[in-house]
Design a binder for this molecule. Structure first.
Ligand code: AMP
Length: 215
């Protein structure tokens, strides 16, 4: 299964990608996670990417394409993968398409995850993330058992710099201008399905699995 999760920041792509990854035993390739890891490790790439990420802007296409190709070429991605946060521009989508074609493979689904726009700011500003295992919580809708501590690995939860209210607006603008055109792009290729991402994580996941197993 080769899958892309597309949608605005905060619609729950990362959470659903994680569930798909463990249910279907395919790697989740999240460019946001890969970039945050590079920032933590202070690699050259991470140092270059940090300011863009903190401002809510996109990191250069060449940088993310390199990261994704490296992961897609690993043996564990041979049977499938779920891409989260990539592609985010038409250039990225074109390059991904060409790469897949050269490997004689194709995407099976692009799921366009949608929630009512008025909930997006709340989802992002209330989000708390685990810097160690990437688990995601929300201060009201999905709080950790112990405040500020990751249920899964015990690390201290943080608020991502780009989840602060002041940055969320620019991320939404970037999404509208640079990423939303991918909706038409994949519609034209007849592989886009809209997925209602509103509601409990389990209900959304059930709807998602329904789409994946229907075709
Ligand atoms: P995310 O965790 O997917 O919300 O990504 C966090 C940030 O990482 C984004 O706001 C961008 O700065 C950067 N980023 C993640 N994926 C991409 C991508 N495919 N292209 C460019 N920048 C990206």
């Amino acid at each position: 299964m080769r899958l892309v999760l597309l949608g605005a920041p905060g619609v729950g792509k990362g959470t659903q990608a994680e569930l798909v990854s463990s249910q279907f035993k395919i790697p989740k390739i999240s460019t946001g996670d890969l970039l945050r890891e590079a920032v933590r490790q202070k690699t050259t790439l991470g140092i270059q990417a940090k300011d863009y990420m903190d401002r809510g802007e996109l990191v250069a296409d060449e940088v993310v394409i390199g990261l994704v190709q490296e992961k897609l070429s690993l043996p564990e991605a041979a049977k499938g993968f779920v891409l989260d946060g990539f592609p985010r521009t038409v250039t990225q989508a074109d390059i991904l398409g060409r790469w897949l074609e050269s490997e004689h493979i194709a995407l099976d689904h692009v799921l366009y995850v949608v929630i009512p726009s008025e909930h997006i700011v709340d989802r992002l500003s209330g989000r708390r993330s685990c810097p160690a295992c990437q688990s995601v919580f929300h201060i009201t809708s999905c709080p950790p058992k112990l405040e500020g501590i990751c249920d899964r690995c015990g690390a201290e939860l943080i608020q991502r710099n780009d989840d602060r209210r002041e940055t969320v607006e620019s991320r939404m603008l970037v999404y509208t201008n640079q990423t939303a055109p991918l909706i038409e792009y994949y519609k034209e290729k007849n592989i886009l399905t809209e997925l209602d991402g509103f509601g409990a994580v389990d209900s959304v996941h059930a709807r998602l699995v329904n789409v994946l197993t229907q075709v």
